[in-house]
Ligand binder design. Sequence first.
Ligand code: CAA
Length: 273
Amino acid sequence: MADAQTAGRPEAVTGIGPGTDEAALLAEGGLRLDVSGAVATITLDRPERRNAMTFATWRGLAAIGRSLPAEVRVVVLRGEGPSFSAGIDLGMFSGAGGGFPDTSDPKAADRLIAELQEGYTWLRRPDFVTVAAVQGHAIGGGFQLALACDIRVAADDAKFCMKEPALGLVPDLTGTKPLVEIVGIGRALELCLTARTVPADEAARIGLAEIVVPRDGLDGAVRDLVDALLAVNPGAAVATKRLLWQAAENSLEEQCAAERREQIGRLRELFGG
Ligand code: CAA
């Protein structure tokens, strides 16, 4: 997909060179990174396991976040095969893929989960727009990854499910905040505490997906969106994302002040002064 989106553009340095520890982490975590010009495409690439995730996947995502070249303006998250992601690799419950944190040391366990959450939190950074391309299942940690992105484009076969409470866990990969922000507390409770599956049409209706397209149109819809995002002035895009993400938490007065600050920065850049 990155090739079609960026044909003719010079190859950018990915920031993760072959033979490095980070490259090994990506391979272990079933991740692929393609950076071409202003577009980085991260592919969850364990289709035979429905892109189930391990600690290496989450550490690998964090490593990608730390390494992206400055010229990247759009990051696309996609999954290879029939599903975006089946969430945590269930083998981890039996110790495979790193096992679970030793909770006899709560501080160490807290540090470990915080480290894994870093795989998700960078997706909100204002220097790029993040887009999740979701087909098939997005379950648990997979649903939370889609929620960590700025915009979700879904195929009409997409199915979202917050499975954690059904497994005796809570969603802890940063998903509870965006979920409540998007659907409201009542719907978030209903979705999490029943662990029911939300089909694509309902996802569009309740704001979990911004765009829903037929399954075979997903790549094309993402390409069109990426092109539209890249057509906007880069500085304005960064400033606007920064502004919009703070709107919910700011008072009207604070938000008006933030708008003035950002606009003065834009005017300076455009007209000098
Ligand atoms: N972990 C490990 N392997 C998985 C997996 C997972 N989460 N999901 C699927 N697989 C494997 C299957 O075992 C199967 O392997 P085999 O071919 O060796 O039998 C292969 O992937 C294909 O799976 P299916 O045949 O089931 O494929 P499907 O397309 O019919 O169904 C599915 C897909 C609905 C995702 C189904 O596989 C499923 O329900 N998987 C489990 C989902 C789940 O419970 N995930 C945990 C979410 S909670 C979470 O994520 C917690 C957290 O972050 C902390």
